[in-house]
Design a protein around this ligand. Structure first.
Ligand code: SF4
Ligand code: SF4
Ligand code: SF4
Length: 382
């Protein structure tokens, strides 16, 4: 495993201050003690040295990460960054938060540790993100207020939307207008849902008809190309697909990485190591080990039987699925293991969103060809 970037999804707590109906977290009241941050840091630095990794990205998530408070992050960031600098390495920190407890007290650490940007989530329409008291409507109102406050403080904010049946019913036009016009965002992304852990309770809302989902995404892609692409609106994952098909450097989402196991791990507040946050909270049978108990993270990752299945998944797919005949194989690699596992109970199958991906890739290809044609000077066309 040797690559330039390694990404660690760090969950300093599984606690949360809201009550989304689709949440897959087991919200235990446990927090990562600052006392253990040096040990965690040493394990990560040893690992990136062993593997010759140049850059390590830390994605702070939860639960709700802001529950830890700004002072905790300031100190944790200082400990990690000083230890990395002493070994000639560097961590880059990112924060994903529900924003509900954002206040100006966060501004300094947001600027210093997170480069003045943060990620948050909001669905359209919001039916499932709820406050403990007041439900979804109160959540939307408070979240929008916090978004405005954070924008006014100068932070750059990217928003993730998880699609559900209500999004498909509302249609791509209303969906696009909500994020760009009502919220005034220039950066958002759409994620496909998967029924992990307790989210099974609302499975019907998220078990989307694949044809309907493909049509929605194709429609959204067209709207974004027409109104947003040339005017600075970034809409993931469509923007990275356009980069890919036009030959620009593309940062594709993890679901389409060659093998997500070579770039990501997740560590929770108790030190549990798993493939990503989706696994660490929902599927204990797939844990790789514990960073506070196992002496050597590299050794743990190399010898974990649970991780072996991730590593061998792409080989298995080309041998047993029709991915080998797929013209998008070098882009998709069979899709996301957790989406597959949550739908089929095994990760050794292709992603159940296969047909949706093909439709989106096809759209990206068509739009990219049109962009490339426009770039060729008229006189040079054969
Ligand atoms: S989905 Fe995230 S924000 Fe919602 S309850 Fe779960 S941890 Fe909290
Ligand atoms: S299991 Fe899926 S969501 Fe998790 S890192 Fe891999 S591709 Fe990403
Ligand atoms: S689009 Fe479908 S067939 Fe093609 S590589 Fe992805 S999962 Fe396999």
């Amino acid at each position: 495993m040797s690559q330039r970037v390694f990404s660690v999804i760090l969950l300093p707590t599984a606690e949360c201050n809201v009550a989304c109906t689709y949440c897959f977290e087991h919200k235990e009241p446990h927090r990562l003690p600052l006392l253990l941050v040096p040990l965690l840091t040493r394990q990560l630095l040893d690992h990136i040295e062993h593997e010759g990794i140049e850059e390590c990205e830390i994605y702070w998530q939860g639960g709700e990460a802001m529950i830890m408070g700004p002072a905790w992050f300031e100190e944790a960031g200082r400990i990690m960054n000083e230890a990395a600098a002493a070994r000639g390495r560097r961590f880059t920190h990112y924060l994903q938060t529900n924003l509900i407890s954002y206040s100006p007290a966060w501004d300094e650490v947001l600027r210093n540790l997170f480069g003045g940007s943060l990620g948050t989530s909001m669905d359209f329409p919001n039916l499932h993100r709820k406050l403990f008291k007041g439900g979804a409507e109160a959540y939307s109102a408070l979240w929008t207020k916090r978004l405005r406050e954070a924008q006014a403080a100068g932070h750059e904010i990217g928003v993730i939307a998880v699609l559900h049946q209500g999004s498909l019913d509302a249609g791509p036009e209303a969906f696009y207008r909500y994020y760009t016009e009502e919220l005034g965002l220039t950066s958002f992304q759409v994620n496909t849902p998967f029924p992990g852990g307790p989210a099974k309770a609302v499975e019907a809302e998220f078990d989307l008809d694949k044809t309907e989902l493909a049509e929605f995404l194709a429609g959204l892609f067209d709207i974004w190309m027409e109104r947003g692409h040339a005017s600075g609106v970034s809409l993931g994952p469509f923007d990275s697909l356009i980069h890919h098909f036009t030959g620009a450097p593309a940062r594709l989402p993890c679901i389409w990485k060659e093998n997500c196991s070579s770039q990501f791990i997740s560590v929770d507040s108790k030190g549990t190591v798993a493939q990503c946050d989706c696994w660490v909270t929902s599927y204990p049978e797939t844990f790789f080990g514990n960073v506070f108990r196992d002496i050597d993270l590299t050794q743990m990752l190399r010898t974990s039987p649970a991780r072996r299945e991730f590593i061998e998944r792409p080989k298995h797919l080309v041998e047993h699925e029709d991915c080998l005949e797929c013209r998008f194989l070098s882009l998709c690699h069979g899709g996301c293991p957790v989406r597959t596992y949550s739908a089929l109970g095994t990760m050794l199958a292709k992603d159940p969103y296969c047909e949706v991906y093909k439709a989106v890739f096809g759209r990206a290809e068509t739009h990219s060809r049109a962009l490339l044609r426009r770039r060729v000077p008229v006189g040079s066309r054969q």
